[in-house]
Design a protein around this ligand. Structure first.
Ligand SMILES: [Zn+2]
Ligand SMILES: [Zn+2]
Length: 178
């Protein structure tokens, strides 16, 4: 289901393609885009566009694309780049009317489906693993012989190895490994 990640070089090539597409329909994207880079930490966002104010060069933009997105189809990756690129137009840091008009123009001309938000499903990607472990991850279950309380452990640990040395935290009963 998930494809192999594209390289940073390929990401930059795609960025140049999208930039040309936008320019060809006269969308006034900024000429001061300092860089496009890969964000390895972002989970909730697929991309972001940050404005920097440098004393010498003035306003510049940095576009970040989440590493997870790089496993999607190239068309989806270009779509995310386009979404962020439109934020570099004057007055387009939010998803207001101006931004929406440009997004619509990109969609109509180049067949994108640029929307305000996207999802892992739309990108054909597996969502990141949930924080809460599933029941299957608990390999060891100890049960209190008195009150029936269960203690779950993912790994072998002292209480798993020597349950007779431990007591139930609720009632003080003895524990048994199931
Ligand atoms: Zn946005
Ligand atoms: Zn108990």
């Amino acid at each position: 289901m998930t494809k192999e990640k594209i390289s940073e070089r390929r990401l930059k090539e795609l960025f140049e393609q999208v930039r040309k597409e936008a320019e060809s329909i006269e969308i006034p994207i900024s000429r001061n885009i300092a860089e496009i880079k890969i964000n390895t930490r972002a989970k909730a966002r697929f991309g972001c566009c940050r404005q920097q104010n440098k004393p010498l060069s003035g306003k510049t933009y940095v576009i970040e694309i989440s590493e997870r997105v790089l496993c999607s189809e190239e068309k989806n990756i270009r779509q995310i780049i386009a979404h962020e690129l439109l934020h570099t137009c004057k007055g387009c840091m939010n998803h207001g009317d101006k931004w929406k008009t440009y997004a619509q123009a990109m969609n109509n001309t180049w067949g994108y489906n640029i929307t305000r938000t996207s999802s892992y499903e739309k990108l054909g990607l597996q969502p990141p693993e949930r924080r809460n472990p599933t029941a299957a991850e608990y390999k060891y279950v100890l049960e209190c012989q008195q009150c029936g309380a269960k203690i779950l452990r993912k790994k072998r640990c002292k209480v798993v190895e020597n349950p007779q040395h431990y007591r139930c935290g609720k009632c003080g009963g003895s524990l048994k490994l199931l």
